[in-house]
Write a protein that binds this ligand. Structure first.
Ligand code: PLP
Length: 388
């Protein structure tokens, strides 16, 4: 059975149950489930192609949807500690580590921001010019100094040599995303490993591997073995990307026992977890068929977008992720984003001083085609505005 078909069947089942509920199903509390719920847009509004946050719109998988429903019915009234332990054990088993090496939160953002805040108490955070810096900027809001940024190379790769040279006694953490967001570029694994080993002798190294499962041969690119080998490295992972669970919020750090205990002091990571997110993550973690299916869709979408960009005289960076960083030449990414939004296609605008670079996420194929169809008129509208 194909994923889209089995998902439809499952959703059909849910719709039927909802209908029974509306006509008066009795819950365990004895209260009728007749709906008092206002209309909510849980996903993008109808007709909107949402290609701005690197989500996987094919998720949750059918197995995850089933698990969510069971978890909500059986466990919604209870704290999620046992489910959290189950997921910790699954992750620990895969990597040959223990529960104490993992710190899990509602998406990886909370635990990543606790790591940044913890590091900021000891010194400054060092990162490349372009990376997913949202969580490492968190300490700035509490008065900590800004991130020390190292220019990317001419091809927008992370300059590991320059990063290493910039580590002095004032640096308490180096933050690398691999593959990187928003560039989509991946570092050579041997070079990154060598960097992590020598840099972690001087300071803590954080490698955010949010997109690791999307690439070919994920273990080859992961720095988790360095954590196990005792280097001062922490690795972040999330269920928000390939697993298609961004709205269900599960992510985690893998680190030494000392580092997880230290970082856990800066927030209530475990208390941010919930039954449905955990259930979905547990059901998805070993669902290789769903991961393969999602990867195939990403590859298909990227092929279509790359061809279309070329046909429109544009180029893009090679992408190891589920998004593409497009070079608009002399164009302005904010104006291009606004022109796309006019056609209900949502993409990202400018990053920092990179005003001609535009990021688009791979969605369902019809949404990707809407982006492709809107490229010529959006370029035209962008240039018209720029020249007016
Ligand atoms: C590199 C990277 N890390 C982490 C995140 C945060 O994801 P989440 O909090 O949903 O785990 C994102 C989101 O886009 C990301 O691109």
């Amino acid at each position: 059975m194909s994923y889209s078909r089995s998902r439809r069947l499952f959703l059909g089942g849910t719709a039927a149950a909802t209908a029974v509920g509306a006509s008066g199903i009795i819950t365990s509390s004895g209260v009728s489930a007749a709906s008092t719920m206002p209309k909510v847009n849980f996903g993008p509004k109808a007709g909107v192609a949402k290609l701005n946050a690197n989500e996987n719109p094919f998720g949750p998988s059918p197995a995850a949807l089933k698990a969510i429903s069971e978890a909500a019915a059986q466990g919604g009234a209870y704290y999620a500690y046992p489910a959290a332990m189950t997921l910790l054990d699954m992750i620990a088993e895969r990597h040959g580590i223990t529960r104490k090496n993992i710190s899990m939160s509602a998406g990886s953002s909370p635990i990543l921001s606790y790591a940044a805040i913890a590091a900021s108490k000891k010194g400054r955070i060092l990162g490349p010019d372009l990376f997913w810096d949202t969580t490492s900027k968190a300490p700035e809001k509490q008065g900590a100094p800004e991130i020390v940024r190292i220019p990317n190379t001419a091809d927008l790769s992370i300059d590991l040599d320059a990063m290493y040279a910039a580590i002095d006694d004032s640096i308490s953490m180096v933050h690398i995303c691999n593959p990187n967001n928003p560039t989509g570029k991946i570092l050579d694994p041997d070079k990154l490993r060598a960097f992590c080993i020598k840099a972690s002798k001087k300071t803590l190294v954080l490698v955010d591997e949010a997109y690791n499962e999307i690439i070919d041969d994920p273990p080859k690119h992961s720095m988790i073995p360095l954590v196990k080998a005792g280097h001062n490295v922490i690795v972040a992972r999330t269920f928000s990307k390939i697993y298609g669970l961004a709205g269900l919020r599960v992510g985690y750090l893998i680190a030494s026992e000392e580092n997880t205990a230290w970082i856990n002091n800066y927030g209530m990571a475990g208390y941010t977890l919930n039954q449905t997110g955990l259930a979905a993550a547990i059901a998805s973690y070993n669902d290789d068929a769903f991961i393969t299916f999602s990867k195939e869709k990403i590859v298909e979408a990227k092929g279509l977008v790359m061809d279309a960009l070329k046909a429109n005289g544009l180029s893009a960076l090679p992408s190891s992720t589920n998004f593409i960083f497009v070079d608009l030449g002399k164009g302005d990414a904010d104006l291009f984003q606004a022109a796309m939004a006019e056609k209900a296609v949502l993409i990202r605008g400018t990053y920092r001083s990179y005003t001609n670079w535009s990021r688009v996420s791979m969605g369902k194929i019809p949404d990707v085609k809407r982006y492709i169809d809107a490229i010529p008129s959006s370029l035209e509208a962008m240039y018209k505005k720029q020249n007016s």
